[in-house]
Ligand binder design. Structure first.
Ligand code: 25A
Ligand code: L14
Length: 352
């Protein structure tokens, strides 16, 4: 009989965790048992897996006894504390937080780009940031065919990227605004949990995601730069591809948009050649027909595993440079699906 796995989901009640349950349900992973773990706030709550109710338990180190595979998204500090305990007890963990991404012995994997890195794991595999994932899925077929020199990205990030509580906050502010109330003092979470000031997102834009670094970039921008280098080149400080980013929160519930400006090695490349490279590329759906106003939109991407690409056009003053617009469901390809996809690859390659 083929192997079956005892699986645990850490952070099972959150925006990402609930989708991990769905994605696992629809995956090829043979699940022998499933444990749902969260904080004491959620212990006792019931969730469904394949039609069966499962009671959520408080996560402790001993929760991982007998577990083969952990999928986690309960925040970086929870991962730092609990995943080493899971590894000690023999589990392999795919972690959606930023806790271990830059550790040299932790593979940072988007299967469409660097699946081979999985074989170097020592118990933990890291899932990249949602904004990084959808960008590298769209850029990899281009890099493979024509080389890649530089990337300049601006993001339009959905509220759910900051978790279920940020999504609830956006909805409440929108309701209050429509009811004619002043929303300036409504915010308690965004732009980023735990920072000194909070601003409303409804009917607004916030050019801050995560905390500020000393050089004026936000940590989200830092992550996009260094994760892209680690995924594509195997080194977070690699110089062969230059990357810069501006990350903006927009009042959209789910699915991030990105304008990506990039320069390929060969200045004679045409838009038609780029289209050919993207057509049929793994995980990519080309939606690019200006004559019929066809282009990716967050509303249409919700619930899909794919990364949608459109608005491809050349920078007519700089041969070899192009613009594109990339949209994906940040909770699926950006988080839950990429995590489960990594786990499917680990199972397929017998790495658990
Ligand atoms: O540190 P990071 O990596 O940046 O991640 C920070 C947060 O971002 C989300 C996720 O929030 C994470 O906690 N996140 C991470 N990556 C993401 C991505 N790519 C991402 N979001 C989108 N895209 P979340 O709210 O979606 O999920 C949090 C889950 O983690 C569980 N959890 C929290 N602390 C834990 C823990 N599990 C174990 N041990 C701990 N110490 C959390 O469970 C949830 O499953 P919970 O029980 O704390 O929350 C269940 C419900 O309770 C509500 N709630 C949240 N905060 C409070 C609260 N209720 C009362 N008081 C609160 N302070 C929530 O609405 C939730 O439904
Ligand atoms: O690093 O707030 O994976 O939109 C992903 C969601 C960081 C925060 C990560 C957000 C998180 C980000």
């Amino acid at each position: 009989m083929s192997k079956e796995y005892n699986v645990a989901i850490l952070g099972a009640t959150g925006a990402v965790g609930t989708r991990m349950i769905q994605q696992l349900e629809q995956s090829t992973i043979p699940v022998k048992s499933l444990k749902l773990l969260a904080s004491s706030r959620s212990a006792g709550k019931q969730l469904q897996f394949k039609g069966q109710p499962i009671t959520v338990e408080e996560a402790t180190p001993d929760s991982f006894a007998g577990i083969d595979l952990v999928l986690s998204s309960a925040g970086g500090s929870v991962s730092k504390k609990l995943l080493p305990e899971a590894v000690k007890r023999g589990a392999v963990c795919v972690d959606n937080t930023s806790a271990f991404r830059m550790e040299p012995d932790v593979p940072l994997v988007v299967p469409e780009v660097n699946e081979a890195a999985l074989k170097n794991h020592h118990g933990i595999v890291a899932n990249p940031n949602c904004s990084t994932i959808q960008m590298v899925v769209a850029l990899e077929p281009i890099r493979k065919a024509f080389g890649l020199k530089q990337v300049i990205v601006s993001t339009y990030q959905a509220a759910s990227g900051a978790g279920q509580s940020a999504l609830n906050e956006l909805k409440q502010e929108a309701q209050d605004y429509l009811d004619g109330k002043d929303i300036q003092d409504d915010a308690e979470i965004l732009p980023t949990k735990g920072d000194k000031k909070h601003y409303p997102l409804a009917f607004n834009l916030l050019p801050q995601i995560d905390v500020f670094e000393d050089n004026g970039y936000t940590h989200e921008e830092w992550k996009m730069i260094h994760e892209t280098k680690k995924i594509m080149l195997g080194d977070m400080n690699a110089k062969d591809i230059k990357v810069t980013a501006t990350c903006v929160r927009v009042p959209v519930p789910i699915a991030h948009g990105e304008t990506v400006y990039f320069t390929v090695d060969d200045p004679s490349v045409t838009v038609d050649q780029l289209r050919e490279a993207l057509k049929g590329a793994p995980g990519v759906v080309l939606q690019d027909n200006p004559a019929h106003q066809v282009y990716p939109q967050p509303l249409n991407a919700v619930g899909k595993r794919d990364t949608f690409v459109g608005r491809l056009r050349a920078d007519e003053e700089n041969p070899g440079s192009f613009n594109m617009w990339v949209v994906a469901d940040n909770l699926l390809k950006g988080a839950a699906w990429n995590t489960v996809e990594n786990a499917e690859c680990l199972v397929k390659d017998n790495l658990i």
